[in-house]
Design a protein around this ligand. Sequence first.
Ligand SMILES: [Zn+2]
Length: 359
Amino acid sequence: MGGRSTTGKSSRGGPSKRKVGMGQVGKGKARARTGSGRESAYTVGLDIGGTKILGALLDPEGDVVSTVRRSTVHGADGLIAGATQAVRDVAASGGVEISRLAGVGLGIPGIVDHRSGTVKHAVNLGVHDDELALADLLSAELGGVPVVVENDLNVAAVGAAHVLERSAEQDGVEQDGGARDHEDLAFLALGTGLASGLVLDGQLRRGASGAAGEIGHIPVDPLGPECPCGQRGCLERFASGKALEAAWPSRHGKPSPVELFDAARAGDEEAIVVKDRFASATAAAVRLLVLTTDVRHVVLGGGVAQLGTELLDAVQDALREQAKVSPFLGSLKLAERVRLAPTDVPVAAVGAAVLGRRS
Ligand SMILES: [Zn+2]
């Protein structure tokens, strides 16, 4: 589980203005335009997971120049050494020297304090210390390049918003009112657990205690199974990788979601019931996000979303089914708001690089 602009859309702004992505928001805008010039606005983002580190180098326009993938080395020392090397590798493969980086962003699973750049209890990364000053330590390794640290779901949300916005721009979609329409979304991570990251009106919503978007622990069934969080019938118990694994344990060596969808496709009646129940619970998560935030998009990510269009279809079908009985829900066009996370770029690493522009 996680912790937790505006620009002219006409040609008046010129191509470079239109093309710069989410990094324009906040301080990154000034950095991208001033200082030592546009070349300094290259940034690197790392998505640091329990098994791998994904990295991306973004150019001043907000496009991905190069990417890298490395294995995670657990423990504080291994983490810093691995992150340092990943930054060096991705910058080198894009032909950019470390000293020219305007900033580096990190996405980390664990309790992150983005103000101090510290991480606590990143158990998946073997960091059990009271507090690891990750931003400062990595910055020192990189010769003083500013480093920001953010929760993994938040970087995924920022990355998804950035990629959506960029592709809308490249498709020549005109947006009214100067608002960045696509930077308004929830990234719904269907991983082991269930949680979301929120970018609302172009701004990352962390929440007062970093818990914004923790919808996995909203109880939906008072008689449902107990949850490790102490409550009963949490949404995560029905819509998550762990819930699927419990309902349809893997029997043939493939991931449980893949086996379930295979079996349902083959006509197994029990599998169809389990699949429908999962789709319905995931649709409930989408409905919850839209009814609380009215976000323009809900992006399905996380391991279970690797099922791809078959998952998307199932969730959209469930949303349309639920909307049939309610003209109110129907008017919200929930199914149309749902999409899959882009798979051609490492979204979370891109989001981390976007946040690196604001360092
Ligand atoms: Zn719970």
